[in-house]
Write a protein that binds this ligand. Sequence first.
Ligand code: HEC
Ligand code: HEC
Ligand code: HEC
Ligand code: HEC
Ligand code: HEC
Ligand code: HEC
Ligand code: HEC
Length: 397
Amino acid sequence: MLKGYKRIFFVLGLMIIFIVVLSRCMNVADKIPPDVRGENFTGAATCIKCHAKVAQSFIHSAHAQSSAPANKKTLESYLQTDSNSFAFNAHMKVKIEKRDSGIYQVAYIDGKQSRIQRFDIAFGSGEKAFTYAYWKGRKLYQLPLSHFSAIKTWANSPGFPINNMYFDRPIPSRCLECHSSYIKKETKQVSALAMDEELEKGSLLYGIDCERCHGPGKQHAVFHLENPDEKTAKFITIFKTLSRKQKMDACGVCHSGNKLTTVQSVFNFQPGDDLNDYYAQDFVSFGGVNPDVHGNQTAMLQGSMCYRKSEMTCQSCHNTHESIKGNMAIYSQRCISCHQTQKHSSQTLKKGVLKTNCVDCHMPMQASKLISFQTAGNKNVSPYMLRSHHIGIYPAK
Ligand code: HEC
Ligand code: HEC
Ligand code: HEC
Ligand code: HEC
Ligand code: HEC
Ligand code: HEC
Ligand code: HEC
């Protein structure tokens, strides 16, 4: 008799534990918001719950801000402080104007409004520049004027005609592959040679988020929510266990320049993947001959002796989750960690700054050959300056 009761209690007990566990699982999974990228993803809001410290530095990072809805406050501040128009010639100008429904770039021919488009999306963190796009149906187009931080004003967007107001340059999904976390697109063959693509506005995930770099993290999040005492990361790629090539590829997916041909959308890329599965082999230049400073830090670095004669990766100098922007003393410490002694001539030694700024001599700022911009009333183009990642000995300035 008693034995029977015990067994029932035992079974009941097991069932209760089972139900409790099950309901906890369901609660956890329920609490995780869905993500347009699919069921293995969850979105940065979930990651931030447990990684508050990382998240704090992340929010202000260039990666997080590499694309965003055009910010009214920033634009309004430009309206107050900057020249708000750009004259292409005596007859044509584009003005930045605030109207009821937003802020617009308005084209005028001899004082008469000829075209008007709204600021919808800002590309870039603004560190060097913002360039803007507007939606027309299921396509994005670039606005004629961009804002350049170095000159604190508006200039003709890079590569745009210098004597015409141009509103019809499409922004392909390729820009978003490097500047955002996701957008859904549909491609149609429109002729033997041409493809047409349509973008789904609502699916755009602005900025470069946690899972864009770390890969899908839903299973990781669910596991750690269910096992709060577990301190070892599960179901997420451990960056330091990756091979050197895998580490280089994880950054190279967006830092190998935009000349490469994609064989599949790089939105699918996850850390650990082989980049050769995403980009067609670059037989013309092998990525290394004459790479540009713009967006191609990988090839620039790979041409350096430092890279060839050591196990250097991007992480030798950059930690994605710290902000040491502009702190050349800290960067120089990273040089010194490999170069405890340097053989400098007495002439070089005279210049001083040796211990605190190796960078400006050995990684000087250089003008991009691909990008330049033109300011109002100026026929010449201004250079777009970037840090050379070809570490080397440069002629003294
Ligand atoms: C319920 C809490 C929790 C959530 C939610 C969570 N994590 Fe984690 N995560 C952890 C714990 C615990 C560790 C292990 C300790 C540590 O490294 O901080 C960890 C470690 C990591 C690591 C370090 C791996 C390494 O190299 O050692 C990464 C990367 C990471 N998480 C990314 C994410 C991402 C991306 C998300 C969102 C998709 C996320 N985490 C959501 C708890 C969480
Ligand atoms: C999804 C594409 C993508 C990936 C992956 C990526 N980056 Fe970037 N990164 C960008 C873009 C776009 C910018 C320019 C952001 C801006 O200013 O708008 C950038 C900017 C930077 C900057 C300049 C930041 C600043 O504060 O000015 C550094 C340094 C950098 N990336 C390093 C890395 C490293 C190291 C990795 C690999 C761990 C990496 N990135 C992975 C797209 C990416
Ligand atoms: C541009 C790529 C990139 C983005 C975006 C990114 N990470 Fe990381 N993260 C890395 C890399 C690379 C490492 C390895 C450490 C390093 O940089 O040396 C790392 C390390 C980590 C670690 C373990 C080490 C640490 O500093 O605690 C955690 C946790 C983490 N990331 C979470 C996140 C979360 C959460 C987000 C979003 C809020 C995020 N990461 C966004 C590239 C990225
Ligand atoms: C292969 C990846 C890649 C592609 C494709 C790409 N970019 Fe970039 N972009 C970058 C990186 C990396 C930077 C960081 C600075 C640099 O290296 O020039 C950057 C910088 C920028 C900046 C300046 C941001 C700042 O404030 O520093 C703007 C604006 C920009 N890109 C817009 C665009 C637009 C518009 C397109 C499409 C026509 C595009 N990018 C395509 C990777 C890319
Ligand atoms: C991971 C280790 C490592 C780091 C970090 C590193 N280097 Fe190097 N560097 C090397 C190695 C190895 C060589 C080749 C030395 C040789 O051949 O004797 C080298 C070579 C050089 C050379 C000679 C280049 C040439 O073409 O002859 C210069 C200059 C240099 N490094 C400067 C720097 C500066 C400046 C930094 C920081 C911005 C730096 N290195 C960071 C490992 C490193
Ligand atoms: C030897 C050290 C070193 C290595 C290795 C290195 N960087 Fe840098 N990087 C720097 C320094 C120094 C700066 C300038 C930082 C600043 O101005 O605050 C910089 C700036 C950048 C910028 C901003 C570009 C600009 O002109 O403002 C990007 C993007 C970047 N690095 C990406 C990368 C990527 C991707 C890798 C790996 C392929 C990498 N870096 C490897 C030292 C390094
Ligand atoms: C004022 C510019 C300048 C600064 C600052 C500077 N260098 Fe150099 N470096 C040179 C020049 C020029 C050479 C070629 C030899 C010479 O003429 O002194 C050189 C040569 C080198 C070499 C190759 C010779 C050797 O030792 O094998 C290395 C490595 C190097 N520098 C590393 C560094 C590091 C690390 C720092 C920062 C602690 C630094 N340099 C700061 C200009 C500079």
